[in-house]
Ligand binder design. Structure first.
Ligand code: NAD
Ligand code: TYD
Length: 335
């Protein structure tokens, strides 16, 4: 099987490429990635030189480039490529629409013309908006995105639906909860707080810190995607989650405790506009229909993740000393 993975130089994409080549060593993977600020070839340095892995730098919205790649033969597409950070989407939504909506449409169009056997769209629970009270998102929950990021992802999901209904393109959509693990860019909560704490820098908690996210270890997300890629029913949506709801303050406390750092590092800062209060995922459909289960308890995943950032300081120091500094200044200076 030859898979075109897009966005494979980012956090989840790079974990997925490594995972898929580990469990299916005979597969061929082409990784198409634009290498935006979030893409990093160091995330896949260990795969360089492998015969069945190839990296191509380019934009998923580039129809000409896609034409060339699909003409070489592609059995399945796994689309991770996206602008993925909510705060950046609030600052400048345009890139999000260009990649997440128009880019996905260009990819769908190429997949349609070349009749690929499977198109897996990596979506997010954020398309459902915010939960009030008890309960969890199911695949039937209405779409109610609240940020430019989640609105662009919801739009892409609708295009996927349209390509299935109109052209019979065998599209499957997964909607996963918040991921954490190795190689996550340190703009997101967990790696930002781990790396700030290691440097004895403040941990900027938005608002009251009682916002809830449902966390999943990235390898468990990858095993779910492997299952859906092979056995998911075309036209279906599968929620993916690991039943690990935590407030941001609980996450902060776990990190401080594991690193033996002082709670004095915590700073409550101005809240994010349109901040979703709570996400929680009901993943019973993928569990009953496809037999998938998450394997990593939250405590173990967090311990492994913190350990990874401790062992890979050169990786994140390099990121944090580059253009990231400007971003951090811009985002947090007057917060
Ligand atoms: P990321 O920001 O770490 O990586 C995104 C990758 O896409 C980068 O390598 C970037 O260079 C690449 N990219 C961006 N624009 C591109 C373009 N136009 N053409 C080609 N490549 C491009 O993101 P991530 O956290 O790994 O998320 C991957 C996917 O999973 C996204 O679609 C995101 O919406 C979804 N998702 C993420 C989470 C999470 O918690 N991180 C949860 C659920 C779903
Ligand atoms: P984030 O990692 O950006 O993921 P998402 O917004 O896609 O869920 O944020 C996770 C939670 O952490 C969210 O409630 C916002 C909060 N947060 C902070 O409190 N401080 C920060 O500096 C960041 C980046 C996030």
């Amino acid at each position: 099987m030859k898979i075109l993975v897009t966005g494979g130089a980012g956090f989840i994409g790079s974990n997925f490429v490594r995972y898929i080549l580990e469990v299916h060593p005979d597969y061929e993977v082409v990784n198409l990635d634009l290498l935006t600020y979030a893409g990093n070839l160091e995330n896949l340095a260990d795969l360089e030189g492998r015969e069945n892995y190839r990296f191509v730098r380019g934009d998923i919205a580039d129809a000409g480039l896609l034409d060339g790649l699909f003409a070489e033969g592609v059995d399945g597409v796994v689309n991770f490529a996206a602008e993925s950070h909510v705060d950046r989407s609030i600052e400048d939504p345009g890139h999000f629409l260009a990649t997440n909506i128009l880019g996905t449409q260009a990819l769908l169009e190429a997949a349609r013309r070349y009749r690929v056997n499977r198109f897996l769209q990596i979506s997010t629970d954020e398309v459902y908006g915010s939960l009030a009270g008890e309960g969890a998102f199911t695949e039937e929950s209405p779409l109610a995105p609240n940020s430019p990021y989640s609105a662009s992802k919801a739009s892409a999901d609708l295009l996927c639906r349209a390509y299935w209904k109109t052209y019979d393109l065998p599209v499957v959509v997964t909607r996963c909860s918040n991921n954490y693990g190795p190689f996550q860019f340190p703009e997101k909560l967990i790696p930002l707080f781990i790396t700030n704490a290691l440097a004895d820098e403040p941990l900027p908690v938005y608002g009251d810190g009682l916002y809830v996210r449902d966390w999943i270890y990235v390898r468990d997300h990858c095993s779910a995607l492997d299952r859906v890629l092979h056995d998911g029913r075309p036209g279906e949506i599968y929620n993916v989650g690991a039943d690990a709801e935590r407030t941001n303050l609980e996450i902060t406390q776990t990190i401080l405790e594991k690193l033996d750092k002082d709670a004095g590092l915590v700073r409550h800062v101005k809240d994010r506009p349109g901040h979703d209060r709570r996400y929680a995922i009901d993943s019973s459909k993928i569990q009953t229909e496809l037999g998938w289960r998450p394997e990593t308890p939250f405590q173990d995943g967090m311990a492994d993740t913190i350990d990874w950032y401790l062992r890979n300081e050169p990786w994140w120091q390099k990121i944090k000393s580059g253009e990231y500094r400007e971003y951090y200044e811009r985002m947090y200076r007057n917060r």
